[in-house]
Design a protein around this ligand. Sequence first.
Ligand SMILES: NC(=O)c1ccc[n+]([C@@H]2O[C@H](COP(=O)([O-])OP(=O)(O)OC[C@H]3O[C@@H](n4cnc5c(N)ncnc54)[C@H](O)[C@@H]3O)[C@@H](O)[C@H]2O)c1
Length: 343
Amino acid sequence: MNKHILITGAAGFIGSNILNYLFSKYPKFSFTALDALTYAGNLKNILPEILSSPRFKFVYGDVRNTNLVDDLVGESDIVIHFAAETHVTRSIHDNIKFFDTDVLGTQAIANAVYHHKKTVERFLHISTCEVYGTGLAKKMDESHPLNPHSPYAAAKAGADRLVYSYYLTYKIPAIILRPFNVFGPRQHLEKVIPRFITSILLNEPLTIHGNGKAKRDFMHVSDVATVIDLLVHAPLEKVAGEVFNIGSGKAVSVLQIAKSIEKHMKVSKSQIRFLKDRPGQVSTFRCDYSKIEKLLNWQPKKDFDKSLIETIRWYKENKDVWSEQLWLRKVSISLPDGTVVYH
Ligand SMILES: NC(=O)c1ccc[n+]([C@@H]2O[C@H](COP(=O)([O-])OP(=O)(O)OC[C@H]3O[C@@H](n4cnc5c(N)ncnc54)[C@H](O)[C@@H]3O)[C@@H](O)[C@H]2O)c1
C-alpha cells in the first residue's frame, strides 16, 4: 500500500534513524522531512540514497510556520512529529525556544491535522518520559503523575496534553508515544552517551553531574523504530487517543554507563570526574511498557552492552559528522546559589 509520511525533525537523532528504517523497509512509501536544521539537525544524518530519491522530499522549514505545516500535512497520510528542542540542560540555560518549538510547534501540527482530518489517517506525537519527573513507583506506567522537573520536560508535558486535548475535542487520530532514554548512532554530542564516548576518543575526562547515582532507562534507537512501525500499521481503533510508554524496563546509573563505556573502549585508568549536580535532576526513571506489550506484542530487543559497542563503533567511524558539534557539548547554567557552571 502506498503511504505518504511526513516526518518532522527528520534530520535529528531519532527522526533520521526512523526515516532511514522506514524508507528501506517500505519501498512503496514516500516521505517528506520537515526540519529547521537547528544546531541539532544535520542532513548528514539522512542516508545519501534517501536524499537523492524521488520518493523523498526535504523541506527546510519551521514547525511553527502554520501555512507551511498546513500544506505539508495536507499532502500526507501519516504524520510523525519528532521536531523539538530536546536538551534538558540547554532548557535551563535558555528556555524560550523550548516552549515556542515544543508547544507552539506541536499546536501548529495538531491544528493542521485537525484541518485535514478527512485525509490524515494518523498522527504520532513523540512525547517523552521526562514528563513524569522522578519515578514514584519502581516502574512507571502511563498513569504515573506528570511532574516535569525542567523547562524541557514542562514544554513536552504541555505538548503531550495539548495533543490529547485535540484528540478529545476534535477527534484527531492522535497517538502519543513516551520513549524513555534513547541512544544509538547520530545522537548529538550534548547527550550523555555520545559525550562520554567522544570524551574518550578526544582524551578528555568523562564528566558526571552529581554523584552519578541518578538512574535512567536506556533503549537503542532501533527499538523505537520497531514501535513506530507497529503504530503506523496497527488498527487505528486500538491505538487512537492512547499514550504508550516504551523503554528497556531496566534502570542503569549514569556512573555505570560511564564505567561500561570505559571498559568497552579499553580505558586503562578511569577518567571519570564529578561536577556539581544539575538543577531539576531526575533521580530515577524506569519504564513499564506492559501496555504496548499486551496490545501490540512489542518488546525491546537490543541488548544494552551490545548496543553500546555498536554505538561506540559508529562514533569511531563518523568523526566527520560529529566533530562539527564539538563546540556545543557544554552549556553554561546558573545554579540556585548563583554560581555558573558548565554542563
Ligand atoms: N533522545 C531521547 O533520548 C528522547 C527520549 C524521549 C523522547 N524524545 C523525543 O523525541 C524527539 C526527537 O528527539 P531527538 O533526540 O532526535 O532530538 P534532536 O535534538 O536530535 O533532533 C531534533 C530535530 O528537530 C529539529 N527542529 C528543532 N526545532 C525545530 C523547528 N522549530 N522546526 C523544525 N524542526 C526543528 C532539529 O533541527 C533536529 O533535526 C523529540 O520530540 C524528543 O523530545 C527523545
